[in-house]
Design a protein around this ligand. Structure first.
Ligand code: ADP
Ligand code: ADP
Ligand code: MG
Length: 660
């Protein structure tokens, strides 16, 4: 086994690899970009090396810097994770040339599977069924269009260098072919620097079922059963599971045989996935599955396989790369129970799954697995970390395992509804809706299920009166300490609040909400919603509502839905106006570089107060008006966006403490 490895990745997968390395007594080296200087993977690793600016082209894709980091730290091998350099055969060659071991397949195996057209030709030769279509060299439009006609519409145009669903267009009708082709080519050129395409039959009622394979350097190859990844949006997976619902012994045998044959055809070593597309229009039939592509790396969704097979695939990767044989033979690998993985993303499901950014001011996962299930949370972020525009907006993977599909699905729903995230738009409500979707629950899945049910899956019911009242109480500042999430924790302390009704203003989306909050003699809050709800019912809070306060906002959680309210009482509004005029809150996460004034100083409008360094640029924060400084951030402080940097005498104490 290795003594020390370097992980050429970030986020959850870097943390995941570090965990197994630690278990095996292997020391770890992390690499990081500017944006990741304080990220979790850096904190978890034994050592960390800075490799450049935030943009991936200048850091995580810089093979030369990563290899140099491995050599200086004395790491013997490099684990690439997924994405980034994981499927780059030139990088593998460079790693090997530097005398290091690449924890993954050989450059030759990666090359053989790297382009979808060549991979399909190779698989055809090996006797693996491939998706009917054209995967030749010639690329003239007339030829491609006539191939499409031969194949029969609908067809799917795919970038041969594609990945992550990019450069793919479904075409319904010959009239649309040439336009779809140009747009697929443009996207492919921009994303992969290669605009060659293949044309495939668009499979009817398609299900994405893939097989996990594993090979070693002694010619052994096994499979670890299938995963169903048919729940997709934008051709990308959101919930994966194992086993595939409705899987038959005949189809499983045919698919796993084909997958092992494919792996053996390229002398595959390490973890890999053979992705198949299955025509489920007449149920699952053993002659209706076709090879789509091979991913020559560890897959994002590998934990579901680990759950049902009781293996640690990263451990297998390290063992195989260090020269050991596969830890288990085929007959020793059994499938038990059912597992699901849900990918929690910062994205707006209601707006076409648009990626989102923001600071995760509040991040709480269930602290225990739902009854009867086991659970894993795979994440690379902590509360306070930012989801930046530089990287994949995945926040976490929630993985559950139980005895059967129904129990596992219930556990998934339960775990999602106990997950609380505030500070960015997230997809937890969408995932919970999908988990509860009747077709999904029945196992009647195909890749267009999400598209078909999109409206129902993305509609969020308006907040209940109870939720608004909870937000109003929190916003009224009813005794909550600015750092506590729970204004209900110490009700007894608010005697001074008795009989004093306080008016609070909130904003929910476009709606302005006014509420009157008072404390009754028995210590309970009474909330009257005045506008626009005219709900004068009093709302008692026997149980503290689940909520999070973050700069300028309150998020109340109802199940998997987080309702975010902007707090806008007049004092705060004045504060905000001043802040927006002079940016007294940090506009983005950054470092307080230089503080030019101190507490008690009199400043004039426009005077520079401090310099914030963010995204490699310096931003001067100037006084929005004349005044006397009451509080100011300390030099060297790391701040998240929305953190109050400066407060003037006479202004309301900030809702967040000044960073120190
Ligand atoms: P799968 O492994 O199931 O095929 P994807 O295609 O979604 O799933 O995963 C690969 C993608 O993950 C890469 O193309 C890249 O966009 C993204 N990615 C790469 N590195 C990371 C990372 N450290 N954290 C999150 N996402 C990443
Ligand atoms: P990527 O490299 O982007 O993962 P894939 O070839 O694996 O590209 O395809 C991504 C997704 O597109 C699949 O998971 C599947 O949902 C859909 N897809 C791919 N090929 C077909 C096809 N021939 N018919 C129907 N759907 C397909
Ligand atoms: Mg794929």
């Amino acid at each position: 086994m290795f003594a020390k490895i370097l992980i050429a990745n970030r986020g959850e997968i870097a943390c995941r690899v570090i965990r197994t390395a630690r278990k095996l007594g292997v020391r770890t080296v992390a690499v990081y970009s500017d944006a990741d200087a304080r990220s979790l993977h850096v904190e978890m690793a034994d050592e960390a090396v800075h490799i450049g600016p935030s943009r991936v082209g200048e850091s995580y894709l810089r093979g030369d810097k990563i290899i140099a980091a491995a050599l200086t730290t004395g790491a013997q091998a490099i684990h690439p994770g997924y994405g980034f350099l994981s499927e780059n055969p030139d990088f593998v060659d460079q790693v090997t040339a530097a005398g290091l071991i690449f924890i993954g397949p050989s450059a030759a195996s990666i090359r053989a599977m790297g382009l979808k057209d060549a991979a399909k030709r190779l698989m055809e030769k090996a006797g693996v069924p491939v998706v009917p279509g054209y995967h030749g060299e010639a690329q003239e439009i007339v030829l491609l269009a006539s191939k499409a006609r031969e194949i029969g519409y609908p067809v799917l145009i795919k970038a041969r260098a594609g990945g992550g669903g990019k450069g793919m267009r479904r075409v319904e009708h010959p009239d649309e072919f040439s336009e779809a082709l140009s747009s697929a080519r443009r996207e492919a050129k921009a994303a992969f620097g290669d605009d060659r395409v293949l044309v495939e039959k668009y499979v009817d009622k398609p299900r994405h079922i893939e097989v996990q394979v594993f090979g070693d350097n002694f010619g052994n190859a096994v499979h670890l059963y299938e995963r169903d990844c048919s729940a997709q949006r934008r051709h990308q997976k959101v919930i994966e599971e194992s086993p595939a619902p409705g899987m038959t012994e005949a189809l499983r045998k045919a698919m796993t045989d084909a997958a092992v044959k494919a792996a053996k055809a390229i002398n595959y070593s390490g973890a890999g996935t053979i992705e198949f597309i299955v025509d489920a229009s007449q149920g699952l039939k053993a002659d209706r599955f076709w090879f789509m592509e091979m991913n020559t790396r560890l897959q994002v969704e590998h934990p579901v396989t680990e759950m049902v097979t009781g293996t640690d695939l990263v451990e297998w990767q390290l063992r195989v790369a260090s020269g050991e044989k596969l830890p288990k033979t085929q007959s020793e690998i059994a499938l038990t129970g059912h597992a699901f993985e849900a990918r929690i993303y910062a994205e707006d499901a209601a707006k076409g799954f648009l990626p989102a950014t923001g600071t995760l001011h509040h991040l709480r996962f269930p602290d225990a697995a739902p009854p009867g299930a086991t659970m894993r949370i795979e994440t690379g972020v902590r509360a306070g970390d930012a989801i930046s525009p530089y990287y994949d907006p995945m926040i976490a993977k929630l993985v559950v395992h139980a005895t059967d599909r129904q129990a596992a699905l219930e556990a998934l729903g339960a775990a999602l509804s106990r997950t609380e995230i505030a500070g960015s738009t997230v997809n937890t409500a969408f995932l919970a809706a999908l988990a509860a979707d009747p077709d999904f629950a029945a196992g009647d899945v195909d890749t267009s299920l999400i598209g078909r049910h999109q409206a129902a899956l993305t509609i969020v019911p308006p907040p209940s009166g109870e939720t608004i009242a909870a937000a109003a109480v929190a916003a009224s500042g009813a005794g909550a300490s600015p750092l506590s999430d729970d204004p209900w924790s110490s009700l007894a302390g608010y005697a001074h609040f008795h009989s004093v009704a306080r008016r609070t203003w909130l904003k929910f989306g476009e709606d302005d909400i006014a509420a009157k909050v008072s404390v009754r003699p028995d210590g309970r809050f009474q909330v009257a919603l005045e506008k626009p709800y005219d709900d004068t019912n009093s709302h008692d809070f026997r149980a503290a509502p689940r909520l999070a306060r973050w700069p300028g906002h309150i998020t109340v959680f109802e199940g998997a839905v987080g309702y975010t309210f902007a707090v806008s009482d007049p004092l705060a509004r004045a504060d905000e106006a001043a802040a927006s005029a002079g940016s007294l809150r940090a506009p983005m996460p950054g470092l307080v570089k230089l503080v030019r004034v101190g507490k008690g100083d009199t400043v004039i409008k426009g005077q520079p107060l401090l310099i914030l360094e963010a995204m490699k640029m310096e931003h001067t924060i100037a006084a929005p008006h004349d005044g006397v400084i009451a509080e100011i951030a300390t030099e060297g402080a790391q701040v998240t966006d929305g953190t109050v940097l400066v407060r003037f005498v006479g202004e309301q104490a900030a809702s967040t403490a000044v960073a120190s």
